[in-house]
Structure formats: C-alpha cells, structure tokens
Design a protein around this ligand. Structure first.
Ligand code: FAD
Length: 463
C-alpha cells in the first residue's frame, strides 16, 4: 500500500514537544515496532509515537487532532483483531511507560500503561501480594484492565477492574484527569469495562491481596475420547467448589514443549486447569475428586510458585503466530453444550489450535451488575475458540474451524466479554454490554469523546 506522509509542519511541531521517539516508515526500527502480537495483522502506520510520559501523549493527540490521522493506542499490543495498530494513522505506543510502585503497607500498586501482566506480578510478589489479572504474562495490563480482566484469581478476588482504585487518563482534548469512586465517578464507571473509548490511561492504581508465593495449581489431563465424561463430571464438581478455586477446561493437542513427555506430544486431550488461591492443604482436599476422576494421563496440578503458574501458558501463545478467535459466554454446561464441546474438540486439526472454557462466578457475580461497565457478571462460562498457525500456511482452515465452532455454540450464548471479541460490528458490541450499559456508555462517549477520536477499539458510537 502507499505510504501516507504526515503534514510536515505538524510533524515539526510534534518533534519540538515530544521527548520520546517518533518512528516513520523506512526507519530501521519501523518494521519491528509496527508489529503486534497477532502475526496475521500486518498494518503500516504513518507514525509510531513512543511516549515517555503524559506530555508526549498530549502532544501526540494534538498532532492527531490537527492532522486528522486515525489514532491507535497501544498498551501490550495483544488485541486479537489488532486494534492497537492501523494503516496510515498514528500509533500512540505506551510500551516505554514501565514504572511500578508497590505500597506493601496499604497493599496497593501503581502501574504505568506500558506494564505487562508478568511485570506487575513480579513487582507485587516481592511482597507476597498480587492483583487479579490474566493468564499469559506478556499481555498488556492496560487493554486487559480496561475491558474487565479475567484470570486465575477472579473467583476469589473478582475481575481486574474490581480491584482498580483509580486511573490517570488523558482525554481526547488532551486534559489529564483522575477517575476514581470519588473523582469523575461516571468516567471511572465507564473505563471499568468500556475499553479505550474515553481516553488514554497513563497510570492505574490497584488493590493487592496476599497471594502465594506458593499455590496449588496446574493441569490434569485426560485423553480427548473421554471429553464427555470429564465435562459431565466437571460440571457437577464445580457446583460445590469454594471461591478460592478457579478452573478452566481446555481441548487441544498436547504441544511439542519440553514440559510434555515426548510420547504424549501431539495427543488430543482434554485438560482441566486449576488455581487454588488459598492454603495448599485446603486446595488438596478440594482438588482430590478431580485428580481421582478416571485415569488421568498427566497430573501436573502441584504446589508451585504463583509466578510459575502465571507463566504456564506463555509458550502456547507466543508473539508472531497467526491467530483468530471467537468467543461467547454461556450460563451452564448443559447436555447440548457438552455435545458441542466434545464435537469441536474432536474436530481440532492443528497443534496450536485450542479452546479454553473458563469457569466464572464467585466474586465476579457478587459485584452488582450495573456498578461497572462490564457486561457478563452473571455468566457461567466463557468459551474461547482460538485458531492458530505458525504462519499463513493452513490459517484459513483454522479460521474456518473457529467460525464453525462459534456458530455451533452461538444458540446458547448469554453474553460476551469485550476483550475477547474480534471485529464483529456495533450490534455485537451493544449486545455484549447489554442495552442499558451500552446507552450509559454512549452518553459518556458523547461527553468525553464526541468526535470519536478513540475509535480503534470495541467502539462505543457517540450517537
Ligand atoms: P493492545 O492491543 O495494546 O490494546 C487493546 C485495546 O486497548 C486497544 O483498543 C487499545 O487502543 C486499548 N488500549 C490499550 N492501552 C490503552 C490505554 N493505556 N488507554 C486506553 N486504551 C488503551 N484477557 C483476559 O481478561 N484474561 C486473560 O487471561 C487474557 N489472556 C490473553 C492471552 C493472550 C495471549 C492474548 C492475546 C489476549 C488475552 N486476553 C486476556 C485478552 C486481552 O485482555 C486483550 O487482548 C487486551 O486488549 C490486551 O491488552 P493490551 O494492552 O495488550 O492490548
């Protein structure tokens, strides 16, 4: 595609105020910096603005308003549909903003917008503390938090947004504002689930909890042929587990990784993933029925550092592979849904294609539905069908598997998690939030971003 060259005098003015790095096509680092996690996204921004602070973000937004170029905001670059990059626009890259301050007395942490999940965990685990976030360490804290944030501590401590105390945010007009329960409370409501629609968050403040440092967690694995029996056992077992336990079921082929015995690599399996956020002895009792069910091929659910558990899935989702995902929530694992799950597992035809089913509930469901902008408080489970290939070869086949899988589960969907959507259109976004929440988000959008400067996201239309 042709390269868009930004207006020279606007660029000169930006250069005069900008302390970070401005990278344009043709510069040595451009190709490296324009990449995002999903290798199937190949876009060529006109300018990448690597910000070092609030002033740089304000200058980049002034430049965008003046030139009319589209704005993509990049935290960790993990948006499945590639919302943190664009063709011919400006990428406001927050990846250099890495400061983290932990206050062990108050059990709080402040983290800047370029922090990745693993970096925050490392800083907080120094004090035996953590805040709930996601299950892959190289995911960006910013995008994950603004959409909600599900992970191994969610049933005990809630979503990431349920532990958010305040943010600093630069609005579309360039104003720096604080949002918390006490300041700009409406905005604080909206950014807890509303994504990057209202401004660029520069810093987050979280509540922390004592976690680990050693927890009972990991995987129990059965052959894929036993998927129906495992799912039926699982759905009964989870009706009576404490909030300390968060689990997911994943169907996949065992990956060719050093942690998997060579004889089992490539074998189609069903796996229950577990994390018990409490005393190990209590966890052993709670997990005993799962471990005793049938004849597992592998039982790797053992006491281990929380940090190790958090990194367990990193090798399965590396940067640069081609990924496509569709997702939705369901209320329960009913017989027809189990039928779909079993059939879709058997239809997997590639090493890196998989689908986790996350068990929600617990602390998430006890937060009143309308008190944040997150849409799926009462959902029971989240299905994520993820098709993946090493490169373009075979990608279309995996994408088709994802589409077929999603169509099979669609009749049972109750809701959807905004951070797991791909580009599915305004109606899908509205239904993911529910009409009442969407209408309130729309009013907030009119107030904070009436011209929709921040539209490369799961977009709330101002009108
Ligand atoms: P980016 O691509 O940088 O940004 C995503 C969106 O957020 C964009 O629209 C962007 O404009 C906006 N944004 C980013 N930073 C800011 C900011 N500072 N201010 C305003 N807007 C901003 N989600 C979970 O809840 N739990 C999980 O366990 C989980 N695991 C994942 C594992 C992998 C491998 C991947 C790829 C994703 C996972 N996700 C998970 C989904 C994840 O929450 C979203 O992809 C999220 O958008 C990633 O955030 P990011 O900052 O890396 O993304």
């Amino acid at each position: 595609m042709s390269t868009i060259t930004p207006d020279a005098s606007a660029l000169a003015d930006l250069g005069a105020h900008f302390h970070g790095e401005l990278v344009q096509p043709g510069e040595p680092s451009y190709d490296e910096l324009r990449r995002v996690w999903n290798g199937s996204i190949d876009r060529r921004p006109a300018l990448i603005a690597r910000c070092t602070g609030v002033g740089d973000i304000q200058a980049a937004l002034a430049f965008a308003r003046r030139t009319g170029l589209p704005v993509a905001v990049r935290g960790g670059g993990h948006s499945f549909p590639g919302h943190s990059t664009c063709d011919g626009g400006i990428v406001v890259d927050l990846g250099l903003l890495k400061e983290i301050h932990v206050d062990p007395e108050r059990r709080t942490a402040r983290a800047q917008a370029g922090v990745l999940l693993g970096e925050l965990d490392h800083a907080t685990q120094e004090f035996g503390l953590a805040t709930p976030a996601g299950i892959v360490t190289h995911t960006g804290l910013a995008g994950l938090t603004l959409g909600g944030g599900i992970g191994w501590l969610m049933r005990k401590y809630g979503l990431t947004i349920d532990n958010l105390l305040s943010v600093e945010l630069v609005t579309a007009e360039g104003d720096l504002v604080t949002a918390s329960e006490d300041q700009n409370a409406d905005l604080f409501w909206g950014i807890r689930g509303g994504g990057g629609n209202f401004g660029i968050v520069t810093e987050f403040e979280f509540q922390l909890h004592p976690v680990g440092p050693i927890l009972l967690g990991g995987t129990v694995t059965w052959p894929m042929q036993e998927s129906r029996e495992v799912l039926r056992f699982y759905r009964e077992w989870i009706t009576d587990i404490p909030d300390e336990l968060t689990t997911a079921v994943i169907h996949r082929w065992l990956p060719p990784l050093p942690t998997v015995p060579p004889a089992l690599q490539g074998r189609p399996v069903v796996i229950v993933l577990a994390c018990y956020a409490g005393p190990i002895e209590d966890g052993q009792k709670v997990l005993a029925p799962l471990k005793a069910f049938g004849s597992p091929l592998l039982d790797l659910c053992v006491p281990r550092p929380y940090l190790e558990l958090q990194g367990m899935f990193d090798p399965s989702f590396p940067h640069g592979r081609w990924y496509y995902m569709r997702s939705c929530d369901v209320a329960e694992l009913t017989d027809p849904i189990v039928d779909v799950a079993v059939e879709r597992g058997q239809a997997i035809t590639a090493h890196w294609t998989s689908y986790p089913i996350f068990h929600l509930g617990g602390a998430i469901s006890r937060v009143p539905a309308g008190s944040t902008a997150f849409g799926g408080r009462s959902s029971g489970h989240t299905f994520n069908f993820v098709g993946a290939t090493v490169g373009p070869e075979g990608f279309e086949t995996q994408r088709e598997w994802v589409r077929e899988s999603w169509h099979a589960i669609e009749p049972y969907q109750t809701s959807a998690y905004i951070n797991f959507l791909t580009d599915e259109g305004p109606e899908r976004i509205r239904s993911a939030y529910g009409a009442a929440t969407y209408d309130r988000l729309q009013a907030l959008k009119r107030q904070y971003d009436p011209s929709n400067l921040f539209h490369l996201n799961q977009n709330i239309l101002p009108r």
